[in-house]
Structure formats: C-alpha cells, structure tokens
Design a protein around this ligand. Structure first.
Ligand code: DOR
Ligand code: ZN
Length: 501
C-alpha cells in the first residue's frame, strides 16, 4: 500500500524539495473554494492561539481544513458550530515519541488503545517508535507496520523507523519513514526491554547510520547513552546498596549524569562530522542541555526533546519513593530539573514528547526489589497536556510556549509545517478546546491506557482538553472518545530545512 512516496495518500508527498513548505500551503489552499460562510464546522473562541499570537474569532473549517479565521462578531454560517466562549483553542498536539507496542506487545498497548488515549489527551497526531516485534528495520516491515496502524488508529500517525541496519535506511525513507530512531545501547533486556533490532553500541556502525540517514534528509532521533559507563555505575550501586528502584535511579545518574552526557557528546560529534539532522531525545541534565545549546549556537542541524516525566514526576524524589518502579524512567535531580525548565524557556529544547512507554504491572512490580531487570517506560500520552496546562495555571510557562513545544515545533521536526501544528488557513483542522479551570486527580482507572497504571496516579491537575477535533471531526468530548478504528490517517513528511528555520 505504501510502496513509494508517490503512492501515498496525502498531498504532502507531492512536496519533494526542501523549501517547499510555503508552496505546500498554497497548494492546499488552491483546492479550497474561497467563498466565506457555509462551513462544515465553525469553532468560535475569545482565545485562539495562532502562530501570530492570541486572538478571538471564528475558525471556519471545510473538508477537514481551516479555511480562514473570521473576525466577525455575528455567527458565520456553518453546518455545525462549537461555541468555546472563553475557553482557549490550540492546535492538536503532535506527539513525536510514543511506544504503542503494536505489533508484538499488544497486551501492553495497541494502536487503537494508544491512539484513543492520545485523543483523550488532546493529541491528534502521533509518531510511534520502532521497538516493536518485528522491529521496523526494513521496508517490508515498515509497510506492514503502517498498514496495521492504519487499520486501528483514531488519530493521524506516522512512524520513526529503526536505523539499526544502515544498508536499509534508504529503502525505509522511500517507504514512508518520518524519521529514524536509534538507541545507543545493546538490544533487548534489562531496563530497556523490547529494544532488540533498534539499538547499537558499535561506534563505527553508529557513524554509518549517521551517514545513511544524512543522505535521506530525514532527522535521526538518538537515545543518548554510554553502556560501558552504565555498567560501571550499575555494578557500583548493586554492590553498595543492592538492586532496588532507588539503587537503579542513582546508578543511571552516576557520575553526575556522565552516562547520558557522554551519549549526547558522541551523537553531537557525529552530527558535526557528518552533518545529519540530529534530534537528541531525553535531554534531562544540565550538561546535556549545555552541550545541545552550544551546538545550536553554532548553527548546527540539532534539535532536542524533553519528556514530561523529567519535568513533572521524576524531578521529585518523593514521587519515586511513593511510586517506586511505576515512576521510573530516569530520576531527574533537582538542579538538573531546574536546568531542564530553563532549557525549555530559552529554546534549547524544541519539542516535548510523551515517550509514552507502557509495560505490564507484573513487569513493573519486579522493580521494587530489582529495577535493573524491570522495564523503564511509563505511560504519558493521555496526561501530559494536562500537566502542562497545570503549569500554565501556576505561571510556570505560557500557553503559547506550550503550543510551540507540543504542536508547532513537532510539526516542523516531522516535515508537517503548514499542514499540522498551527491554527492557520490551509492547515488541517486539528483543534483542541481547553477548559483551564477543569480540576482532576489523575487516575489510570479513568484513562484509556491498557496497562492499568500510570506514574501520574494521584496527581492534581487544573486545566484539561475537553474537545479534540481531528481534521474537522470531533473525536473526543469531555473525556469520551468517539472515533472509529482506522479513521486516523498516515501523514508523510514534506521536508523542510529545520536547520535554516
Ligand atoms: O524509558 C524508556 N522506555 N526508554 C526507552 O528508550 C524505551 C522505552 C520503552 O520502550 O518503554
Ligand atoms: Zn522512548
């Protein structure tokens, strides 16, 4: 079905040159009759967050796309209206990093349950990771992965393919990969369970991966890590204090985050040498942020990701004591968490993505006494926008910056600028209506997560998505997801020069 880009079902595949984003917007508008009124849907609000700031108005939607934003006070004619009043309207969130476990581990999550959770969380586009079974290391595996996802998704989607086989990178790009992902560690096992076929430790192979991905023009997403240093600090902790979740949390941060920082430094140096568009995942330390900032200051093609657990959960040791393995993921010591927030504010971090990583509670339980053998993923796709809205209400970050981190910049990273991630004429009508006063105590039991637990359990939030609209269709209202499996569509990138933004 997706044998080459020209046969893909989206118009974006027509856009082949690096500078085509603006052109693409025009192409989009060209197909739309420019008469006003008679929209399929109009969404009115006093607070629409657009790329040019907040404004009031009525968003006119036809055939799933935004046609215009009207200033008129009188209601514009439409088949359907949503009067949001004072409730803010933002673009649908784009999550560039989810583990939906499908195929291979669908007892933890599948593409339908995962995308239902996404819709409930205000996320209208997701990009899943290749550590599935079989991993997406070649074009045939990618095609069948996308067909399976297309049959189940309720939000739009794309896939970050495995870069582990350098010789297959070109064919994966041609078959519709959005980006490439590599873990700098050995395959399956331990706390990075299920990563067989997606990981590398050999630096020569990693260098070849940088070269091959560079040829495709797509970004390479790197999970930074140094496994020899990890083994050193893991062994020291095991000898000193055993194998429980506390020992694991400390081991990963051994040597003041030298495991993470060495991974970042190696990836940045390969990027400098080869020129590949590098997206550094999981930035969560002072020094990693400094290294990324220095590379960006030199104009290098580098972007960076932060994750909600590091900002909201594992930055507080008391959450780790309370939730044990259900909080881990990595511990983020206070001064690193502060640096991470500063990096969000100053633009060092471009993108926040959930790293939604469900595992079974049986697997997690092991972590109370042996976290070195338990998996380190935690589910977040449904709750992370709520956590950010709570931070907006607390005055910690602006709603505009949340939109940049969670919508606009992810669209640029994935080649969808102009198409998704902003409320502007020509873009898909992916919209989220927020209730900034909505109070909640987060609970896995009220979520769409298949795994049945969440590290956000018991957290109080103020602010929630109350309506999610995907291409002009309401797919969630007041927490209830109403969308058919298979109604989400594959989106393929239109390459833009991120480094020249
Ligand atoms: O915490 C993580 N969980 N990090 C990874 O890189 C993998 C992920 C997972 O698959 O759960
Ligand atoms: Zn991940």
């Amino acid at each position: 079905m997706w044998s080459d880009r020209s046969s893909q079902p989206t118009k974006l595949s027509e856009c082949s040159n690096g500078l085509g984003l603006r052109k693409n917007t025009h192409r989009y508008l060209r197909g739309l009759p420019l008469v006003t009124g008679n929209y399929d849907l109009v969404v009115s609000s006093s607070t629409i967050v657009t790329p040019n700031g907040r404004r009031s108005g009525q968003i006119g939607v036809r055939q799933g796309r935004i046609v215009t934003i009207h200033d008129d006070k009188d209601p514009v004619k439409a088949s359907r209206r949503i009067e949001a009043g004072d409730r803010p309207v933002i673009p649908g969130v784009i999550d560039t990093h989810v583990h939906f476990r499908d195929p291979g581990f669908t007892h933890k999550e599948d593409f339908e349950s995962g995308t239902r959770a996404a819709a409930a969380g205000g996320v209208t586009t997701v990009f899943d990771m290749p550590n599935v079974m079989p991993p997406t290391t070649n074009a045939a595996a990618l095609r069948s992965h996308l067909e399976n996802a297309a049959a189940k998704a309720v939000v739009d989607f794309g896939h970050n393919a495995s870069a582990a086989e350098p010789d297959n990178i070109a064919e994966l790009a041609a078959a519709g990969a959005t980006a490439f992902k590599i873990w700098m560690m050995p395959g399956a096992g331990g706390s990075m369970k299920d990563t067989g076929g997606t990981s590398v430790t050999d630096r020569a192979v990693l260098y070849r991966i940088f070269e091959e991905v560079h040829r495709t023009g797509l970004p390479l997403y790197v999970h930074p890590h140094d496994h020899e240093l990890y083994n050193l600090f893991a062994n020291r902790e095991k000898q000193r204090s055993g194998r429980d979740f506390r020992a694991y949390a400390r081991a990963v941060r051994g040597g003041d985050s030298v495991i993470l920082n060495t991974g970042v430094a190696v990836a940045l140096e390969m990027q400098r040498s080869v020129g590949t568009r590098l997206h550094v995942l999981h930035v969560a330390s002072r020094e990693s942020a400094r290294l990324v900032r220095a590379a960006k200051d030199l104009g290098r093609a580098v972007t960076a990701e932060a994750n909600p657990y590091a900002l909201f959960v594992t930055n507080d040791w008391s959450n780790i004591e309370r939730l044990g393995p259900y909080a881990l993921n990595v511990w983020t010591p206070e001064r690193d968490a502060e640096a991470l927030w500063a990096a969000l504010d100053d633009g060092t971090i471009d993108v926040v993505a959930s790293d939604h990583g469900p595992h079974t509670s049986e697997e997690k339980e092991v972590g109370w006494t042996d976290m070195f053998s338990a998996p380190a993923g935690t589910p977040f796709v449904e709750h992370y926008l709520r956590l950010f809205l709570t931070a907006v209400n607390a005055g910690r970050i602006t709603l505009e910056r949340v939109v940049e981190l969670c919508c606009t910049n992810p669209a640029k990273l994935t080649g969808l600028e102009g198409r998704k991630g902003s409320i502007a004429p020509g873009a898909d009508a992916d919209l989220v209506v927020l209730d900034m006063d909505h109070e909640e105590v987060l609970a896995a039991a009220n979520s769409h997560y298949r795994c049945g637990w969440a590290s956000t359990e018991g957290m109080r939030t103020v602010g929630a998505p109350v309506i999610t609209i995907r291409r002009g269709e309401v797919i969630m209202r007041d927490g209830k997801v109403d969308a058919e499996a298979g109604s989400g569509r594959l989106v393929t990138p239109c390459r833009g020069p991120w480094s020249e933004r």
